[in-house]
Design a binder for this molecule. Structure first.
Ligand code: GLU
Ligand code: MG
Length: 460
């Protein structure tokens, strides 16, 4: 029905399996979740008695929701007002039992019109389309979102502060939060999200816990399940987890670096792996496409007003449009491959990405940009081997090392002027996305910094 690539029978089997698991776990409510245009995870839940039917027919949703902002304002978008309905139809392959809520299931949804067509303003549908574009070139994108987040504890005054003042990678930092981290790891693995690495990051209370890469759609889905899990388990410990790009002015930002590679569709060969152990020609074209479209793409990967407080030089978040081998100040980093898995582990990391982004839009936009580079065989500029902030002006010009947009207003302007990204998004999605961001810009322009920090801190 909605172009999932799954046959009707395999979807029916997936629904039957989800139902069986829900019954087996004594689930009372199943949350039907999606990520809106402003990076907020929202949804509705259905009771167990109607689950069998709802897995197939979904739950109704007002068309207004894709024009809703993270301030719960309704941005003005034609056709996204009080009249009209879409349906949230589960992708049953995403069903999980939530380990952090009593007798609760979670399933991620596609937005479908009442005419049973994919909803043009649905970010998940956009990512599916970009995956299909890649498939036409026999490419399957693999990706991993690598989130940083800050554990916070209540203050006597009723606010929140970072849970500790742990040093970067400190073993004492690990030990101090071991209980809650253990529960988070267990909860992630129970949902089929294998944990790769964990460490306390540079900031006070800042954590980095990465999960294994997966095919693009699954990687974006996983990031939603991940955010739900981390926030919810932290709350069960009386704590709060901040995924905001810049939760506190005097602390490092929370990135959500996006790692990606393209494989042939049999999944056997990493097409980013070059013969010399570096990036293949295809990988170079793809990365060149991402670099070329980066100023507009950033509107999708760094989607909040708060995002641009993070993208400053010499914070390892990236501030310049450059790439480099193991260069942590570059927008695109080519990490050294893993020993013994050299060809398989070649991937590129986009640093200019954070958890206020809708992961479907971030990844879909990245694929559109990368494929444009592949189709036009764009050459990759020379790598930058130093901190780009230390280059002189002439060198920066030679390398095309421009600064990222300084604010969301500049980024969305760049997006609006990027034909490739706008065409990929399509009119409905692009129009609603831009309207939502403009509403945020206006909403925060009239407020002070404290309001901005507080509003973003626990939104994602
Ligand atoms: N916290 C940095 C950021 O905002 C990243 C630090 C690192 O992982 O190297 O992206
Ligand atoms: Mg990090």
């Amino acid at each position: 029905m909605i172009g999932t690539g799954d046959s009707a029978s395999s979807r029916a089997e997936q629904r039957a399996r989800a139902l069986e698991r829900a019954e087996g776990a004594g689930v009372r409510l199943v949350r039907f979740l999606y990520c809106d245009n402003d990076g907020v995870i929202r949804g509705k839940a259905c009771g167990a008695s109607s689950l069998a039917e709802r897995l197939e027919t979904g739950i109704g949703l007002t068309v207004a929701m894709q024009a809703f902002t993270m301030l719960d304002r309704l941005a003005p978008v034609e056709g996204m007002g009080p009249v009209g309905e879409i349906r949230l139809v589960p992708d049953p392959s995403t069903f999980v039992i939530a380990p952090y809520a009593p007798r609760t299931g979670v399933v991620l949804v596609d937005m479908v019109t009442c005419e049973r067509e994919p909803y043009a303003a649905d970010g998940r549908y956009f990512l599916r389309r970009m995956i299909a574009r890649a498939a036409a070139l026999d490419l399957e994108l693999m990706a991993a979102f690598e989130p940083e987040w800050t554990l916070a504890t209540p203050t006597p005054a009723g606010g929140w502060e970072p849970i500790d003042r742990s040093l970067c990678f400190s073993s004492q930092g690990m030990q101090g939060v071991a209980e809650v981290i253990d529960e988070i790891v267990a909860a992630l693995e129970a949902q089929g999200l294998p944990v790769e690495q964990y460490y306390p990051e540079l900031g006070w209370g800042q954590q980095e816990l990465s999960i294994r890469h997966a095919p693009a759609l699954r990687a974006a889905d996983n990031h939603l399940l991940y955010r739900e899990t981390v926030r919810s388990v932290a709350a069960r410990h009386g704590l709060a987890a901040s995924f905001a790009p810049k939760p506190w002015p005097d602390q490092p930002g929370n990135g959500c670096h996006l790692h990606f590679s393209a494989w042939d569709r049999s999944g056997r060969r990493n097409r980013f792996a070059g013969d010399d152990g570096g990036l293949s020609e295809l990988g170079q074209h793809f990365a060149a496409g991402v670099l070329q479209h980066l100023p507009g793409l950033i509107a999708l990967t760094c989607g909040s007003v708060n995002s641009y407080r993070r993208l400053v030089p010499q914070t390892w978040a990236s501030a310049y449009r450059v790439w480099g081998l193991d260069n942590r100040e570059a927008a695109l980093r080519l990490p050294s491959p893993f020993w013994g898995r050299e060809a398989d582990s070649v991937n590129v990391e986009l640093k200019a990405c954070d958890s206020s982004a809708n992961p479907y839009l971030a990844l879909g936009g990245l694929i559109a940009a990368g494929l444009d580079g592949v189709e036009r065989e764009l050459p990759l500029p020379p790598p930058v081997t130093v901190d780009p902030h230390l280059l002189d002006e002439q060198e920066r010009v030679r390398l095309g090392a421009t600064r990222h947009p300084v604010g969301l207003h500049e980024a969305i302007e760049r997006l609006e002027n990027d034909r490739v990204l706008m065409d990929a998004l399509g009119d409905r999605l692009a129009t609603s996305y831009l309207a939502v961001k403009r509403s945020d810009i206006e909403g925060f322009a009239g407020e002070d910094e404290v309001f901005e920090y507080e509003t973003h801190r626990f939104r994602y």
